[in-house]
Write a protein that binds this ligand. Structure first.
Ligand code: G3P
Length: 214
């Protein structure tokens, strides 16, 4: 499973990259706003930190302007993947961009039916938002299972990018289901790296080592 970090904070990306676990980055307009940096400058900096897919979202909502925005973003770097919201105008834009060879990440997906349409339109990635479904008492990971079943049924090549991950359990379940990618905030990646028994075990090893030296 590929691991992308879901952030616009450069120091978080640098730190996670130093662990050797990061395969790409996802951003969205809210994360870019939070970074406090100009959009293009932020993307250019990220391309220098991570040699992998970097999702950058359009803010237009009409197909023709989405396509123009997407082509501009794609020119920034070969690793830029353009995020397009899963609305009808977004499907139209994905169809055009797919034919032009522009990689797309169809975002704000909340149903398996939507995911099938996005794949039909030619999306490179599909981003089902599992955490936001959990937030409304709907089992987000069931959506990943349903999408994977449908994609396997028809040999669909669109990559499942589990998004809106809120916990290590989302990460674990995504890996067990066979999600192609998960994108997670730095806080979740930190949680994944730590286990209390590892910390306790290491402390005991070092304490015993010190005792033996005396
Ligand atoms: O990439 C999508 C992700 O940023 C959404 O996460 O936590 O805002 O639902 P969240």
């Amino acid at each position: 499973m590929k691991i992308f970090i879901d952030t616009g904070i450069l120091d978080e990306i640098r730190e996670a990259v130093s662990w050797g676990i990061v395969d790409g980055v996802t951003t969205n307009p809210s994360l870019v706003a939070k970074s406090g940096k100009p959009f293009r400058e932020l993307l250019e900096e990220i391309t220098r930190i991570v040699d992998g897919p970097i999702s950058a979202e359009v803010v237009s909502t009409k197909a023709d302007s989405m396509v123009r925005e997407a082509e501009d973003l794609a020119k920034i770097h070969r690793n830029i993947v353009v995020k397009i919201p899963l609305i009808v105008e977004g499907l139209k834009a994905i169809k055009v961009l797919s034919a032009k060879g522009v990689k797309t990440n169809c975002t704000l997906c909340f149903s398996a039916s939507q995911a099938l349409l996005a794949a039909k339109a030619g999306a490179t990635y599909i981003s089902p938002f599992v955490g936001r479904l959990d937030d409304i008492s709907t089992e987000g990971m069931q959506l990943i299972r349903d999408i994977r079943q449908i994609y396997v049924n028809y040999g669909i090549k669109t990559l499942i990018l589990t998004a809106s991950a809120r916990s290590p359990m989302h990460f674990l379940e995504a890996a067990k289901i066979g999600s192609d990618v998960i994108t997670a905030p730095f806080a979740v990646l930190k949680q994944l790296a730590h286990h209390p028994l590892t910390d306790l075990g290491l402390a005991k090893f070092l304490a015993d080592w010190e005792k033996a030296k005396k």
